[in-house]
Design a binder for this molecule. Structure first.
Ligand code: HEC
Length: 271
């Protein structure tokens, strides 16, 4: 096990060297992915995040010196198996619809006594700084592997979150007058050689959504769906997405609902 982890860490370093983000480096990145698969088969560095997430879950931390085993992700305190496949959903205690990441923030603040500001100080890792939220997301998402996405969608707030996300998906704005649908509303569309999934149909949404969180080879980081959304809004030249906002949760709800029935395969590995 330790030898395997060491090997995974080495691969991460190797891939980072090959995985510069410029278009010119794209074929180098693709070659690195091919090389990666040749050397490691289905091994995925995301496992490092999963292991760290499991460790954080069980550690007694924060002013209240508590672990996260009492965290209710929608299926009862401490139940993580299948929880991610049913998110986002309505939570009675917070009186809001929450996705995995905002629910983790709720658990960390209420159970361990950290302030929200402290938890959100590192929302997304940048290589040197690791984000606990990403590690925990990997750990929780992995416990839904093989399970079909099935959102409750009974509560009116869940339905309006979905409606807001759908409106947002088709809302055109910004200097280019783009909406999400401009890039993700048709099948077989490509941008700078990258295939763009059609997120308005179930097959496309399933293919995309079931793989997040994912290990991004080009970044050497594990990324969550909130990261993906904020990066796409940036490409759309829209204002920065507020973490855990109604827009973030609505868009996630829209994607998850469209992907319903898809079988969770996260954390995956992506370019
Ligand atoms: C200017 C074009 C563009 C716009 C507008 C855009 N995206 Fe994207 N999106 C991309 C590109 C490029 C990728 C990356 C494809 C890849 O890496 O293979 C991507 C990837 C994604 C993925 C992950 C797909 C996968 O298979 O892993 C999701 C989910 C997504 N976008 C959602 C959205 C949402 C929601 C919006 C609107 C808020 C949006 N995108 C707006 C270009 C766009």
């Amino acid at each position: 096990m330790n030898r395997r982890l060491q090997k995974l860490r080495q691969t991460v370093g190797m891939l980072l060297l090959a995985g510069a983000t410029s278009a010119a480096a794209q074929s180098a990145t693709e070659a690195a992915i091919a090389e990666y698969h040749e050397m490691f088969g289905d091994e995925n560095p995301a496992e490092l995040w999963e292991i760290r997430g499991a460790d954080i879950w069980l550690q007694k931390r924060g002013p209240l010196k508590a672990d996260l085993t009492g965290c209710d992700l929608g299926l009862g305190a401490g139940v993580i198996a299948g929880a991610y496949a049913q998110l986002p959903r309505w939570f009675e205690d917070t009186q809001r619809v929450q996705d995995l990441e905002t629910r983790l923030v709720t658990c960390i603040t209420t159970l361990q006594g950290f302030s929200e500001e402290e938890v959100l100080a590192v929302k997304f890792g940048d290589g040197a700084k690791k984000s606990d939220l990403e590690a925990l997301s990997a750990y929780v998402a992995a416990a839904s592997k093989g399970m079909a996405i099935a959102l409750p969608m009974q509560h009116p707030a869940e339905q309006s979150a979905y409606a807001l996300g759908k409106d947002m998906f088709y809302y055109r704005a910004g200097p280019h007058d783009f909406s999400c649908a401009t890039c993700h509303g048709e099948s077989d569309k490509r941008i700078r050689l990258q295939a763009l999934p059609n997120l308005t149909v179930s097959a496309g949404a399933q293919h995309a959504y079931t793989h997040w969180p994912t290990y991004r080879i080009s970044q050497g980081e594990l990324r969550t769906i909130e990261w993906r959304l904020q990066d796409c809004l940036r490409q759309q030249r829209m204002p920065q997405l507020k973490f855990g906002s109604a827009v973030a949760i609505g868009l996630t709800m829209f994607l998850a609902k469209t992907a319903e029935g898809g079988v969770m395969a996260a954390p995956s590995i992506r370019r």
